[in-house]
Structure formats: structure tokens, C-alpha cells
Design a protein around this ligand. Structure first.
Ligand code: NAP
Length: 315
């Protein structure tokens, strides 16, 4: 039987954190591999315009930024495979990574850069009408709602940015938020308040999404008085935060109460040789630039760890 190859490093996820880790790992001379379940990118592919990534004074689109990162990593010799990781187990200090395809990979170290996905609201009608008017991505679905009346749920920066993008298509947008103030960055709040197409419905929540085969409206609850009312709309966009992609390490690495991976400041998880960076990590500011910084640090710390384990100086 052929002995399974042992990589120095397997990086899980090819968003900004994973690709930056790959760039740093290649430059350290590590024998690394990136596993990504879809195309490189992750959440950032859904972002139409990024205005806070330094070096792009006019802003840059998510897909454009990620393709530049991917090209840079590939130019440095990054290897990657399209695989969804199902599980990691430990075998004598080595990490065995099992993919959905059944294939296994062995590595001295792992960097979890698996990101996060949009949270579900959990109300009646949401699941049945997903793809039939319920959406979690404005960039993907906005053109379907040209001149229509739609509704957005959430009060964070994602809800604000996506609402602003939707104003380019929809006639009117109701932004439903459960409190009396938004959590979004101030600059985004100002743009929302100044946009005539946006009406904010404060201190309210959506109780139910309804429609025959496609969204026709929602049942809204005003939270202070408990008053219920129907509101017609043809689309419901939900942006209420993120759920980390950690299924493959449950019962292995330590997670915080919201399911994000706990690390120390060197990006080390509770398991020796497993590191985490970017949106999947607790307390990480969910920004591309931060994910990149954490990816760089994680790869550097992998180099330090391998120097200890293998006695080779990685610089
Ligand atoms: P977020 O900042 O966690 O905001 C989630 C929003 O959804 C909050 O307003 C929250 O209400 C609301 N919410 C949560 N659960 C809800 C529920 N069950 N029902 C109704 N409303 C609910 O999430 P995010 O906007 O997705 O952003 C994620 C991270 O990415 C944040 O750290 C954000 O700063 C960052 N981000 C930054 C930018 C940028 O810099 N341009 C853009 C996008 C995202 P409460 O306010 O009442 O808690």
C-alpha cells in the first residue's frame, strides 16, 4: 500500500484569509494545499463594492479583489483542490482531513479559514420561499426585483450595504429592524437615511413570510405594542449576521458560545497544529483586510510551529 503523503500545511477555505495564508505559506517554502468547496472567494464574492480595502482608492468589487489574490497565490505556486472538508481527526500529532468525496489528506498542520455563512431567520415561509423571493444575497438576486417593492431584515453593515445596492433596482425598500437604532457603520447609516427609496420600520420583526409559490408579503409585528400587520412585497432579503463554518471540527477544537473558533493571539486553536483565521474565528472584526492580516499571521505561526516539530527553519 502506498503511504499517504504528509503535507506541511492544509488550508481550509480560499477566501481572503485562506488565500493570504497560502501566499505567506508559499513564500515560506511550505508544502501546502488549499481545499475549497466551491470556487475561491467565499462571502466576499457576494460583495458588489469594497471601499475599505487599502490600495483601491476608487473601491473594488469582491470578485475582482479575490481573483487578484488567487492569481498572486497561484503565481507563487499555490496548489488547490475543490473539496468540501467533512472531518478532521488526529493521528499521532498529524491531522487527517476527510473530504466529502471520501478522499483523505494528511498534514502536520491545518489553517481553518472556512469563513461563515448568512444566518437564517427561522420563521414560517422562509425555507419554502428561499429562491422564490427570499434571498440572502443582493448582488445575486437584485436584478429580479426591478421596480418592485421589497423588504430587507437586519440592522448591521451588511443589511445597510445590501439595501443601498438594492435601491439601484427596486422601487421601494422597507428595512425592518428589531431595535430603534442601527448597528451599521455611520457612513452607511447616513446613506440609508438620505435615500428616498428606503423606509426604515423600527422596532419590528417579521413573524411570517407568505405567498403562493413566490413571496407576496410578510406578517410584521411591532414589538412595543405587539401590533400585527400585513405588508405586501415581492422579495425578502435577510441579513441578520453570520454563522461560522465549523461543522468539520465540532467536538475537536474549542468554540465560543456563538460557535466561532477560539484562538490565542497567535491564531492557535485549542489543538496543537490547528490554527484559525478570518470570519470563522472569535472576535475577528469581519473585514477582508482583517482576514488577510490574520491569514498572514496564521501562516507565519505555522512556519514557527513546523520549525519546532521538524527542525527546519522556515523564513
Ligand atoms: P451583524 O453586524 O451581526 O448585524 C446583524 C444585524 O441583524 C443586527 O442589526 C441584529 O440586530 C440583527 N439581527 C440578528 N439576529 C436577528 C434576528 N433573529 N431577527 C432580526 N434581526 C436580527 O451582522 P452583519 O451585518 O452581517 O455583519 C457581520 C460582520 O461583518 C460585522 O462585524 C460587520 O461590521 C462586518 N461588515 C462590515 C462591512 C463594512 O465594513 N463595510 C460590511 C458588511 C459587514 P441588533 O442590532 O438588534 O443586534
Amino acid at each position: 500500500m502506498v503511504e499517504m503523503k504528509t503535507y506541511d500545511l492544509v488550508i481550509i477555505g480560499a477566501g481572503p484569509a485562506g488565500l493570504t495564508a497560502a501566499i505567506y505559506a508559499q513564500r515560506l517554502g511550505l508544502d501546502g494545499l488549499v481545499l475549497e468547496k466551491l470556487a475561491p472567494g467565499g462571502q466576499i464574492l457576494l460583495t458588489e463594492r469594497i471601499e475599505n480595502y487599502p490600495g483601491f482608492p476608487e473601491g473594488v468589487s469582491g470578485p475582482q479583489l479575490i481573483s487578484l489574490m488567487q492569481k498572486q497565490a497561484e503565481n507563487l505556486g499555490m496548489k488547490h483542490e475543490q473539496e468540501e472538508v467533512k472531518r478532521i481527526r488526529l493521528s499521532q500529532h498529524k491531522k487527517i482531513i476527510t473530504a466529502e468525496s471520501g478522499k483523505e489528506y494528511k498534514s502536520h498542520t491545518v489553517i481553518m479559514a472556512s469563513g461563515a455563512k448568512p444566518k437564517r431567520l427561522g420563521v414560517e415561509g422562509e425555507r419554502e420561499l428561499t429562491g422564490r423571493g427570499v434571498s440572502y444575497c443582493a448582488t445575486c438576486d437584485a436584478p429580479f426585483f426591478k421596480d418592485e417593492e421589497i423588504l430587507v431584515i437586519g440592522g448591521g453593515s451588511t443589511a445597510a450595504e445590501e439595501t443601498l445596492y438594492l435601491t439601484k433596482f427596486a422601487r421601494k425598500i422597507y428595512l425592518v429592524h428589531r431595535r430603534g437604532m442601527l448597528r451599521a457603520q455611520k457612513i452607511l447609516q447616513e446613506r440609508l437615511f438620505n435615500n428616498a427609496k428606503v423606509e426604515i420600520i423600527w422596532k419590528s420583526k417579521v413573524e411570517k413570510i407568505y405567498g403562493e409559490g413566490k413571496v407576496e408579503g410578510v406578517l410584521l409585528k411591532e414589538l412595543e405594542k405587539g401590533k400585527l400587520r400585513n405588508l405586501s412585497c415581492s422579495g425578502v432579503f435577510i441579513f441578520i449576521g453570520l454563522k461560522p463554518n465549523t461543522n468539520f471540527v465540532e467536538n475537536l477544537v474549542e468554540l465560543d458560545k456563538n460557535g466561532f473558533v477560539k484562538t490565542n493571539r497567535d491564531m492557535e486553536t485549542s489543538i496543537e497544529g490547528i490554527f484559525a483565521c478570518g470570519d470563522v474565528r472569535e472576535n475577528s472584526l469581519k473585514q477582508a483586510i482583517v482576514a488577510c492580516g490574520e491569514g498572514a499571521l496564521a501562516a507565519h505561526m505555522v512556519g514557527e510551529y513546523l520549525s519546532k516539530v521538524k527542525g527546519i527553519e522556515y523564513k
